[in-house]
Design a protein around this ligand. Structure first.
Ligand SMILES: C[S@@+](CC[C@H](N)C(=O)[O-])C[C@H]1O[C@@H](n2cnc3c(N)ncnc32)[C@H](O)[C@@H]1O
Length: 332
């Protein structure tokens, strides 16, 4: 985008968000929460209060809990838990659904701003961060080059198609090879506007963006049995159940060399900071090397081998390279 268009795009964006994009996003989130059905709104508020309390208490040693948390406070949270359980039971709501309410509302609220800001920057990140995304995309694309490849890459939590350009630059030449899924319909609308989805058109081919929950989406019913690679770019920590998400990804990878790529350009410590700042949106950090090893020992049915260990939070490698975990699907 040339500087004049970029200035205009920025002005239009600020106008759409009431003069201040950050404040405008918060206002959109609040207004979406307010417009929920009353039982969902109450459940979402209780879920938020309980999650924030639990995240605040989790790092405390028992003595500090006794010293810092009053019995009245504990009682109030216990009462909230009971109230929430009742609403969830009455309306057959799961914790995943509650988590997804905040995800959907937050990403819908910020989708246009993220897409336009990416357009202004030419759909690339700062050079040192872009390098990390490029490396992850190259690994994902490489998996499509094997003799037994199916020619399919899945981008989970694809947003507005943030890594489509990087995948294409890494050699993903056929649009048909790419599928992106995101919970936010507005993110997906922006992705389709920017990168096209010929499936919406005459040919039935082309990039395929889907608005939906990765954990619920039935890929097989949609005609796709497996992918050569599945990439979570800045997304795994946003899903409601990390272990279930990895398990589902493993089940969708082709055997003998399919790749699972989990990347976060800003790194593991950055995600932990996001978790500390907003435990409702970011339930936990990304898996450490040790956690990957434990999960793989527990879930031998995944048939995944850890090929490249991610850096631990606060380590020099995390600061230098960000977070990158690469797993290979092996034969059962
Ligand atoms: C931090 S954004 C990252 C977007 C994009 N990958 C990028 O690198 O800019 C996380 C994305 O994950 C999506 N997401 C959250 N939960 C999801 C789920 N259960 N299924 C699919 N996408 C999900 C959100 O809607 C959001 O767009």
């Amino acid at each position: 985008m040339n500087p004049r268009d970029a200035r205009r795009a920025k002005e239009q964006l600020a106008e759409r968000y009431g003069g201040d994009v950050r404040r405008g996003t918060q206002e959109r989130i609040l207004s979406s929460l307010e417009s929920l059905d009353p039982h969902l709104r109450e459940a979402a508020e209780l879920y938020k209060a309980i999650t924030q309390f639990d995240a605040h208490v989790a790092p405390m040693i028992p003595a500090d809990r006794v010293r810092l948390i009053s019995p009245i406070q504990s009682q109030m949270v216990d009462d909230d838990r009971k109230k929430l359980e009742t609403i969830m039971e009455e309306h057959s709501l799961s914790e995943r659904e509650l988590h997804n309410i905040y995800q959907r509302i937050t990403w819908d609220a910020s989708a246009d701003a993220k897409a336009i800001q990416a357009d202004i920057l030419g759909n690339v990140m700062k050079p040192e961060l872009q390098e990390r995304i490029t490396k992850a995309c190259e690994i994902a694309v490489q998996a499509t080059r094997s003799e037994i490849a199916l020619g399919k890459v899945l981008d989970v939590g694809c947003g507005h198609g943030a890594i489509v350009r990087s995948l294409v630059d890494a050699g993903l030449s056929e649009p048909d090879m790419y599928m992106g899924i995101d919970l936010s319909q507005i993110m997906v609308n922006n992705a389709v506007n920017r990168y096209g989805s010929a499936r919406n058109g005459r040919t039935g081919k082309g990039r395929h963006f889907v608005a939906g929950d990765f954990l619920k989406h039935d890929f097989v019913a949609g005609g796709i049995c497996a992918f050569d690679s599945i990439i979570f770019c800045s997304a795994l920590h946003n899903l409601p159940d990390m272990e279930a998400s990895i398990g589902k990804a493993a089940s969708l990878l082709r055997s003998n060399g399919g790749k699972l790529v989990v990347v976060h350009a800003q790194g593991a410590e950055h995600v932990l900071e996001q978790h500390r700042a907003n435990p409702v949106l970011v339930k936990r950090g990304l898996p450490t090397s040790k956690e990957w090893t434990q999960m793989l020992q527990k879930h031998t049915e995944w048939c995944l081998a850890l090929e490249s260990c991610p850096a631990d939070a606060k380590s020099p490698q995390d600061m230098k390279e960000g977070y990158l975990a690469v797993l290979t699907k092996v034969s059962p």
